[in-house]
Design a protein around this ligand. Sequence first.
Ligand code: GAR
Length: 221
Amino acid sequence: MSPTHPLRVVVLISGSGSNLQALIDGQKRGELPIEIVAVISNRAAVRGLLRAEHAGIPALVLDHTRYESREDFDKALQAQIDEFRPELVVLAGFMRILTSDFASHYEGRMLNIHPSLLPKYQGLHTHQRALEAGETEHGVTVHFVTPELDGGPPVIQARVPVLENDDAETLAARVQQQEHVIYPLAVEWFARGRLRMKSGKALLDNEPLGPQGYLTGTAQP
Ligand code: GAR
């Protein structure tokens, strides 16, 4: 069943916000039945905040360095997010390790995008690590968030080839092109009621997705 109102979405960022922009653009083109009700950044003066302001979206900063502990920050963040009554929380380059309580609170209604073919290369510096390992393909994964870092059930994965002269920057750029395709698609599925998480699995149209989620992209140059 498809919801009749636009899905209320809060987007969390830490930086440039190009994935946020892809969602804003998809919404403006009428492809995404969502309303981005707030953008929250844990860092001040980042480009993503400007993107939100230009789109007329409330943009807030919650600076994690002002909190004594990870728990204190996550509690404050959760209270702030919940004031906006989101139906989906989208982590779009939100570079924080989440407490279990925070992740559990949003289980089944929080998505993340991670720049690797999970379960490979969890954590940081994914492009450099893929290059150093001599991978011939690399990519990006959208997944539901669970308390396990980069470990929740995958929703969709896009592959890109690793080319001979790639460095981390050129590879990241190729991966980001795919990010801007698959994140709006996953959010659209969720907003249309096609995607959900049940018993630790991602379901699309009531069918469990495979261990890598829906597969797209190509590893061919
Ligand atoms: C994206 O490449 C995203 O995959 C990555 O941060 C970048 C944010 O870019 N996320 C992670 O590494 C999460 N572990 P953006 O701010 O331009 O959307």
